[in-house]
Write a protein that binds this ligand. Structure first.
Ligand code: PMP
Length: 389
């Protein structure tokens, strides 16, 4: 059978993730140090795992409300009020999802009509372009630069807006660059959103992982922005809970209701065991988050310093757990550089173009990797760089 005619045009139009393609090559090699997958090297803190175990022991194996357990939604609303400085009603403005991944999909599908433009800063998380396309939107990337710390500048955003612009996706701190945005620029971005009547999907999954005394500011907390922002957050990164698959969206009630309709018919609810774990994470997880954050901070400083010592220009990112060194001066494309590094030295890092064309010439290295492994990876990278140029 010719299956190509059976698959939706929207799905056929999106490529597989470049990260996955690259990691298929790593499978089966046990000599490789991976700086590849964007995942904490920690297991979830034990008290969080215990909460999941106790929940199962108590026989909590049922569905929950579509929006999620009320006790968890209350905690999320408390957390959002304290951490982001934005108040949400747990009854109708908080939706618990299967990771930020599901929340992003729900947000895009509930907002877009065919042909609506979705603007986002690039290099960016691999799901934004496919997510927009699969929701029948038109992706509009705005390139950011190393010189600007991979932040989104209001001028660059203004130049990308058209009468068809409907949605802006923001992700600060940014995967894959670790870029952050200044409050001043965020105010400028917010002003443009009001002028152009945009809804913002703000993916703040790395917001706890800030360094250099930088304080995270959510666009939802700026005057006039709460009403036009869907704030996405979750437990995967700061709480090291990727496998629990738990996230949430906070948004004004009509937007939450629209997302809930899709969620209700496609997912029904997030897993109850993970919701029990998330409740514990919010109640008692702050100390563990701070310990992990401090350790990422140390590792960031080490990796940035080592890259610059060996002559590979690497900006010091203000957040997340990625560095994005610039390998353009070494005369190879991102793909060639990454393949060569993997083949000759057994170090896996993701070619920057996996995060959009503006990532070409860079490499994403996740430093949420054990210190001794990181040290060894940098020795190998130095040796590899020495063979180039
Ligand atoms: N957004 C960004 C920017 C991410 O980096 C990731 C995970 N790599 C996600 C969303 C998805 O996270 P989750 O595990 O909550 O689905």
């Amino acid at each position: 059978m010719d299956y190509s005619s059976k698959i939706s045009r929207q799905v056929a139009a999106v490529p597989r993730s470049g990260i996955r393609d690259f990691f298929d090559l790593v499978q089966g090699r046990n000599d490789v140090i991976s700086l590849g997958v964007g995942e904490p090297d920690y297991a979830a803190p034990w008290h969080i795992r215990e909460a999941a175990i106790y929940s199962l022991e108590r026989g909590q194996t049922s569905y929950t409300a579509n929006l999620g357990l009320m006790s968890l939604r209350r905690k999320i609303a408390d957390y959002a009020g304290g951490f982001f400085g934005v108040d949400y009603d747990p009854g109708c403005e908080v939706l618990v999802t299967v990771g930020v991944s599901e929340a992003l999909d729900l947000a895009l599908r509930s907002l877009l009509n065919p042909g609506d433009e979705v603007v986002y800063h690039e290099p960016c998380y691999v799901s934004y372009m496919p997510g927009a396309v699969m929701a029948h939107g038109i992706p509009v990337p705005v390139a950011t630069s190393k010189e600007d710390g991979f932040s989104l500048k209001p001028d660059a955003l203004a130049a990308a807006l058209t009468p068809r612009s409907r949605v802006l996706i923001l992700n600060f701190p940014t995967n894959p660059t670790g870029g952050v945005v200044t409050e001043e620029d965020l105010v400028g971005i917010g002003r443009l959103c009001v002028e152009h009547d945009l809804i913002v999907i703000s993916d703040e999954i790395y917001s706890e992982l800030r360094y250099d005394a930088g304080k995270h500011v959510s666009i939802a907390s700026l005057p006039g922005m709460r009403e036009r922002t869907i704030l996405l957050h979750g437990f995967s990164k700061a709480f090291a809970m990727t496998g629990f698959r738990l996230g949430y969206a906070c948004a004004p009630a009509p937007l939450t209701e629209a997302m809930m309709k899709i969620h209700q018919y496609s997912m029904l609810c997030a897993p109850i065991t993970s919701q029990a774990a998330a409740l514990e994470a919010l109640e008692n997880g702050a100390a563990a988050v701070e310990r992990m954050r401090a350790s990422y901070h140390e590792r960031r400083d080490f990796v940035v310093q080592r890259f610059n010592e060996i002559g590979v220009d690497c900006h010091s990112p203000g957040g997340a757990f990625y560095v994005f060194p610039d390998v353009r001066a070494l005369g190879l494309s991102s793909q060639k550089f990454a393949m060569g590094l993997l083949d000759t030295e057994g170090v896996a890092a993701v070619p920057g173009d996996a995060f959009g064309p503006s990532g070409e010439g860079f490499l994403r290295c996740c430093y949420a990797t054990a210190f001794d492994q990181l040290k060894e990876a940098m020795v190998r990278i130095e040796r590899y760089v020495g063979t180039l140029g």
